[in-house]
Structure formats: structure tokens, C-alpha cells
Unconditional design. Structure first.
Length: 114
């Protein structure tokens, strides 16, 4: 069986982030506190690839001073918190893979429909 391509990304728990936006409904309000999950990624390129899969509700946290501490934050409004939790679940399923845990477009789309 051919494994689908994933981008290495290791999820932390769910937190909160002002104005991040929602990757499901694309609500994007600077005055709202969104739920978010930070995914650790191995490189800036990986983070950018993931960020590009999500038009609104994702933010690459890359700091020149901390090049080994790179995260992509993915946000969801309260109504779509369960979708974000589903996305984390899907990513966790790849944790045993040699190239995991990781994320891809199929997981993002599947979690939006959850
Ligand atoms: Zn939403």
C-alpha cells in the first residue's frame, strides 16, 4: 500500500489565540479569541507548505532568533472546535509512521466535514 504524502507536524494541545481566524468557516475577526492548535514543524519550508493548504485560520510562527522552534498555528471558532479536534485526531493516527506525525490536505478537508 502506498502511503499518502504528509508534512511532518506534531500537534500540541488546544489553546487560544486572538484574531487567528477559523480554518473551517474562514471567519476572520481581529477582536475574537479563537481556539488554536500549534503544530511543531521541522523547517520553515514545511510550515509554509502547510500554511498554503489553509487560506484563512493558519499562521506560521517563525522567528529568526529561534530557527529550531517553528510552529504552524491552526485556528477554529467555538462552533468549529470539534473540527479542529478531529484534525488533531487524524494527525495523531500517523504518529507511528517513520515520517509522522504529519498533516496533509486530505486530513484538513476530512476534518472540515466532521
Ligand atoms: Zn468557524
Amino acid at each position: 500500500m502506498k502511503l499518502e504524502r504528509i508534512y511532518r507536524a506534531s500537534p500540541r494541545g488546544i489553546g487560544k489565540n486572538w484574531g487567528l481566524g477559523c480554518y473551517v468557516c474562514c471567519a476572520d475577526d481581529d477582536t475574537i479569541l479563537y481556539n488554536d492548535c500549534a503544530f511543531f514543524v521541522p523547517s520553515r519550508e514545511t510550515g509554509e507548505a502547510i500554511e498554503q493548504m489553509i487560506s484563512i485560520g493558519a499562521w506560521l510562527d517563525y522567528r529568526e532568533t529561534e530557527p529550531n522552534w517553528i510552529q504552524v498555528k491552526i485556528g477554529a471558532c467555538d462552533a468549529h472546535l470539534s473540527n479542529l479536534q478531529k484534525l488533531i485526531e487524524l494527525v495523531e493516527l500517523t504518529r507511528e509512521r517513520a515520517d509522522g506525525p504529519g498533516i496533509n490536505e486530505r486530513m484538513i478537508e476530512e476534518s472540515k466535514d466532521a
